[in-house]
Ligand binder design. Structure first.
Ligand code: CMP
Length: 134
């Protein structure tokens, strides 16, 4: 078992729907420790840099617009196998394919408005945590 850090974002749709608390509850019940947490509003430059890996994808501009559309809650999470553990409780990127017990299965409305983001590997976690928390 490896203790890892990962970045969680509760996206603008979930913050606007006032379900951040329910999502944080699921995170804490999954044995993930919240090391840092803040509410913030992405600007376009940060959203573009955050999702730079997707810049050639057709959904990139819509994704950036969505991420700047309202406040988000960002967290640094820590725990054993935190990256895989958090991705497991988030569920599949497309909520129609997500387990009904997962965050996206319970709360997300579409692949674009899918409530949460989580880092997918140790190198992306380090990049994303650096961008958000410095
Ligand atoms: P996220 O985990 O934040 O990573 C990139 C986001 O792009 C993803 O969640 C989705 O919200 C969004 N997205 C939109 N269309 C797609 C797609 N076809 N494949 C992957 N991600 C997509």
């Amino acid at each position: 078992m490896t203790v890892e850090k990962t970045l969680s974002i509760i996206k603008p749709d979930a913050v606007a729907d006032k379900i951040a608390g329910k999502i944080i509850d699921m995170i804490e019940n999954a044995d993930l420790n919240i090391v840092k947490m803040k509410k913030m509003h992405f600007d376009t430059d940060l959203a573009q840099r955050f999702y730079d890996v997707h810049k050639e994808r057709p959904f990139y501009n819509d994704l950036v617009d969505f991420m700047v559309s309202g406040p988000v809650v960002v967290m640094e999470l820590e725990g054993e196998n935190a990256i895989a553990n958090y991705r497991n409780i988030m569920g599949a990127t497309n909520p129609s394919e997500a387990s009904p017990e997962s965050i996206r299965g319970k709360y997300a409305s579409s692949i674009d408005k899918n409530c949460v983001h989580g880092s997918d590997a140790t190198d992306t976690a380090a990049y994303e945590l650096g961008l958000i928390f410095g």
